[in-house]
Design a protein around this ligand. Structure first.
Ligand SMILES: [Zn+2]
Ligand SMILES: [Zn+2]
Length: 134
């Protein structure tokens, strides 16, 4: 059953197939600059309605980031490695059942906050090892 998400103005509507209702928090400096706490759900399949309002910013060689040209809502991080979309958990209309699974780039998390939820925590070095980039 697809899950539905929208931007703030409603111009962009997203229909996503979620394998699991787990999300990841990324503490990397790019996600922090891009807008506070990046909390995103990996989507198996994504369809956009109102795609002409979607703007894409190539933030690095690893990924593109999408946002709504009308209201500025951040819509997705799209990995160039696996082609998958990661959509902010906050855009989904149905808030029930989401679980914080992991925090990544934990070593670059600033000291001014900490999340109380239990989660797996990965540093950049952990991720590089995991993906064979060490
Ligand atoms: Zn919008
Ligand atoms: Zn990040």
């Amino acid at each position: 059953m697809p899950s539905h998400a929208t931007c703030l103005c409603g111009n962009v509507r997203i229909e996503a197939e979620l394998a699991r209702r787990h999300f990841t928090v990324c503490h990397c400096t790019m996600c922090r600059k891009w807008g506070g706490l990046w909390m995103a759900v990996e989507c198996a399949e994504v369809r956009f309605d109102g795609e002409d309002a979607v703007r894409v910013y190539p933030s690095s060689s690893m990924a593109d980031r999408g946002f709504c040209a009308n209201c500025g809502t951040h819509l997705f991080y799209k990995s160039r490695w696996n082609g998958r979309y990661y959509v902010p958990v906050g855009l989904f209309d149905d808030v029930d059942g989401f679980v914080l699974e992991r925090e990544i780039f934990f070593d670059t998390k600033p000291d001014y906050f900490s999340l109380a939820n239990a989660s797996e925590q990965f540093t950049e070095a952990d991720l590089r090892r995991k993906h064979g980039l060490a």
